[in-house]
Design a protein around this ligand. Structure first.
Ligand SMILES: Cc1cc2nc3c(=O)[nH]c(=O)nc-3n(C[C@H](O)[C@H](O)[C@H](O)COP(=O)(O)OP(=O)(O)OC[C@H]3O[C@@H](n4cnc5c(N)ncnc54)[C@H](O)[C@@H]3O)c2cc1C
Length: 473
């Protein structure tokens, strides 16, 4: 069964969470270029494609946490959310192991994390990665806008891969209909809802044993439905313990043919021999697949397809980091993925500090916003400009600046051709002094005659829009 079918069940929630759609990904990879090689490659690739210091692929907990940390470090990452903004945790109605919450829905958790990342300066794109060229640096990512289907390219100095995994499904009738309404794939997450109930685990591997053992502490009865004859375990002690539990029944050579229910909730399954097995819940433990298909032959993957990283969470390519469930981590849990995202952000920041930043790769950079680093550059742009100009004076350490940066970039797209959008980092340019900027952010508005016609202090989107309208009125 296509995971995308199951994801469709959440699409309304997801779209409420974020107007952006998703991203896919595609690409080619490189082995670590040397520092000198990086410089050379960068020179060779100088072009009009916008360059971002940090692009995060994946909008799950790992990606959002990394984005928050990077944003707070002043990097303003671009997050490519993919097909499932929010990631796997959105599927959990009851997250009971997130710090500080006795019980929070995955959806609400993601909503909060999304807001936190955005207010830290992260920008989001509803696109999918279609290709990544790792043979040059900054790496060229080809993205597909999920709303329009159009492809476009960006460059990334660093990439954080947090694309998670896709659960395997049985592909039988009723499975999709009763998904999260009796059918689950995470006993730890949803098992506590079935105290003293009859549940079944599908699968015969180590993970099925772990899930069944956990459920046997909660449920009245746990039936293991397995295709094979024997449980396949890497851990004999756990298997022995499971087999010793009086409320566990093993059904070898058994497959589920149908999942049925009352329309609201699953009530039973039909087995291959036509038997109707009454159940309150069915837990699938038939494995999951890391979303690494496109990295095959490009990044080092283990035999199961998980990305291999080193001690600083870097993949086999320099500047490409991976974290969360897509890696070899044994802890496939939200809090672990988030922790890894946070840690990776520090290595990404270190990496960025070690390479020269292209001019555009600064806070809230976008194709339409020009980063000004010198008075000469500013004067030249003003000389050649035949439209009004707005300048955003910001600082990387200023939270309101980070908040308004993605909005400013979005406005730059909207007013493309009518108003020129510039931005000046007050820490690196003497322009702030020249224009007596004393608070951040400050926006200066220049008319077509290059005269300052207005000055706006603060990150107020409505005021900013008003001033822009006045500028072209
Ligand atoms: C039903 C269920 C319930 C769970 N309940 C709990 C729980 O209660 N507590 C707990 O701690 N853990 C729980 N987990 C586990 C937890 O959800 C995961 O460990 C966690 O979500 C992993 O986070 P991640 O960011 O690494 O990956 P994911 O959350 O899987 O996020 C992956 C992201 O990558 C994006 N993506 C994928 N492919 C592409 C692509 N090609 N291009 C761009 N983007 C892409 C997706 O759109 C998504 O945004 C549950 C899992 C499931 C399935």
């Amino acid at each position: 069964m296509e995971i995308s079918n199951l994801r469709a069940l959440y699409i309304d929630q997801i779209n409420r969470l974020s107007n952006q759609k998703r991203f896919g990904l595609n690409q080619t990879f490189i082995s670590s270029p040397s520092r000198a090689g990086l410089r050379r490659l960068r020179t060779e690739n100088a072009s009009t494609i916008p360059t971002y210091p940090s692009v995060i692929i994946g909008g799950g907990v790992a990606g959002l946490m990394a984005a928050t940390y990077l944003g707070q470090a002043g990097v303003s990452p671009l997050v490519i959310e993919g097909m499932n903004p929010g990631g796997a945790i959105i599927q959990s109605e009851h997250v009971r192991n997130w710090p500080g919450f006795l019980d929070i829905s995955g959806y609400e958790l993601i909503e909060r994390m999304h807001e936190q990342a955005a207010s830290s300066g992260a920008r989001f794109e509803g696109s999918k990665l279609v290709d990544i060229d790792l043979n040059s640096w900054p790496y060229v990512l080809t993205l597909e806008n999920l709303a329009t289907g159009k492809t476009y390219q960006i460059k990334a100095q660093s990439v954080g891969i947090s694309m998670g995994t896709s659960s395997k499904f049985l592909g039988v009738p009723g499975e999709e209909q009763y998904w999260t309404r009796g059918v689950y794939n995470c006993a730890l997450c949803d098992g506590p809802l079935y105290k003293d109930k009859n549940v079944a685990v599908v699968g015969g591997s180590n993970s099925a044993i772990t899930e069944a053992l956990y459920l046997s502490n909660i449920a009245k009865k746990v039936t293991i439905l397995m295709r094979g004859q024997e449980l396949r375990s890497l851990d004999e002690a756990t298997k022995k313990e499971l087999l010793s539990r009086p409320n566990v029944e093993i059904r070898p050579l058994t497959t589920v043919e149908n999942v049925e229910g009352d329309g609201e909730k699953m009530t039973h399954v039909i087995l291959q021999n036509g038997e109707k097995l009454e159940l309150d819940a069915l837990f699938l433990a038939i494995g999951s697949t890391p979303n690494t298909e496109i990295f095959k032959g490009k990044l080092n993957l283990d035999e199961k397809g998980y990305i291999i990283t080193d001690e600083i969470m870097q993949t086999s390519a320099k500047g490409i980091f991976a974290f969360g469930d897509i890696t070899q981590t044994p802890c496939k849990q939200a809090v672990c993925a988030a922790g890894q995202g946070a840690e990776a952000s520090m290595y990404i920041t270190d990496y960025l500090n070690s390479v020269e930043k292209p001019k555009q790769a600064l806070l809230g950079a976008s194709p339409e916003v020009i980063e000004i680093t010198s008075l000469e550059q500013f004067e030249e742009i003003m000389r050649n400009s035949d439209t009004p100009v707005v300048v955003d004076f910001y600082a990387t350490w200023c939270p309101p600046c980070r908040r308004i940066a993605p909005i400013y970039a979005e406005l730059a797209k909207q007013y493309d051709g009518k108003i020129k959008f510039l931005k000046v980092n007050v820490d690196v340019s003497e322009l702030a002094q020249k224009f007596e900027v004393r608070a951040m952010p400050t926006f200066l508005f220049f008319n077509e005659n290059k005269e300052i016609v207005d000055r706006l202090i603060g990150a107020n989107e409505a005021h900013l829009r008003n001033q822009l309208e006045l500028l072209i009125a």
